[in-house]
Design a protein around this ligand. Structure first.
Ligand code: MRU
Length: 329
């Protein structure tokens, strides 16, 4: 990768400030759990696996101050964002390490979570890339790349590994309103890493699926229920519906740390709602009437029946997902 999303220095966590991309490559140093909480909440760092990795390091920072601070950090970080399961996976794992191995284990535990994520991304990419022919045309949504993980990404790892296998790849990138992760982050990341990317307006997705010979759609995930229902960035559901309508395979790419074993269906996934200004403003400029009422859910849930396969680090899961997920977990 041409940039570093998360780096543990021993004293602090260095992250690339994703709010400033694509114009400026600025790095932030997070020194306290409160810094980490704000960075996650304000979207300086985002993407389910990346949030999990920095949260683990946030607890590691607290471990320098004693057990009380560690427990406080875990509880604070759990309140930063509600949908991405990787956050809760990482924090529960840090708590378990504290209880079972002691406070001195926490830095190593956070590093292990990060290293495992790097390995998982690589495997996701390898499994996904095998599905693609040479000269493949793909579509994605939001940013499920290196910016969203500790490694080379989930959905975008498929494109990176396909390129490494010598396949030519072209990716349609919907802008992903309201936060524009597609145009600001995915287009930037793919261009920086030499993958042909074509930015489209969100509303152009259906016509592109119908007319541009898209071989497959690959998306990331924030939380996957026991039956395969998948929460991901708002707009994923309508993308899945359109893909199914036009007969384009629709794949979810996610590490097992995104599967929530405690819920049996997508109805139980909490959907984050964010500030109205994300909809009423673009780049600080108002584009809607003052005081207009706004609803801003930032994730949706794609029912399992619309998903052709779930690519994990242990292989590709097929329906019925209740059975294949149970087996893999
Ligand atoms: O609100 P965000 O930018 O954190 O949402 C990110 C997504 O929806 C990603 O697709 C998901 O976290 C998977 S990232 C590998």
């Amino acid at each position: 990768m041409e940039f570093q999303t998360v780096e543990w220095t021993g004293d602090c966590i260095k992250i690339i400030d994703q709010r400033r991309l694509p114009d400026e490559e600025v790095y932030l140093e997070l020194r306290t759990p409160e810094d980490v909480y704000r960075a996650i909440k304000d979207m300086a760092i985002r993407g389910a696996p990346a949030i999990g990795v920095v949260a683990g390091y946030g607890v590691a920072l607290a471990s320098k101050k004693g057990e009380k601070e560690v427990r406080k950090a875990i509880s604070l970080l759990k309140r930063s964002r509600p949908t991405a399961y990787n956050l809760f996976y990482a924090l529960d794992r840090m708590e378990k390490a504290l209880n079972e191995k002691g406070i001195s284990s926490l830095i190593d535990e956070a590093i292990a979570i990060h290293n495992e994520d790097i390995e998982k991304c690589q495997k996701l990419g390898e499994f996904g890339a095998q599905l693609l022919p040479d000269n493949a045309t793909c579509m994605t949504i939001c940013n499920a790349g290196a910016l969203a993980t500790g490694g080379i990404g989930t959905a975008l790892a498929v494109f990176y590994m396909a390129k490494e296998m010598g396949k030519r790849i072209k990716v349609f990138v919907p802008e992903t309103r309201p936060f524009l992760q597609g145009s600001r982050l995915t287009a930037w990341e793919l261009m920086k890493n030499g993958i042909e990317s074509i930015l489209i307006a969100d509303n152009a997705r259906a016509i592109v699926l119908e007319r541009e010979g898209v071989d497959a759609v690959f998306v990331g995930a924030d939380r996957i229920a026991g039956n395969g229902d998948t929460a991901n960035k708002i707009g994923t559901l309508s993308l899945a519906i359109a893909s199914n309508f036009f007969g384009v395979p629709f794949y979810v790419v996610a590490p097992i740390t995104t599967f929530d074993p405690s819920i049996t269906s997508g109805n139980d996934i909490p959907i984050e709602e964010r500030a109205p200004e994300e909809v009423t403003h673009i780049g600080g400029k108002r584009i809607a009437p003052v005081n207009v009422k706004v609803k801003n859910p930032v994730f949706d849930v794609t029912p399992a029946r619309l998903i052709s396969g779930i690519i994990t680090e242990k292989g590709i899961l097929h329906p019925p997902y209740t059975v294949s997920i149970k087996k893999i977990l």
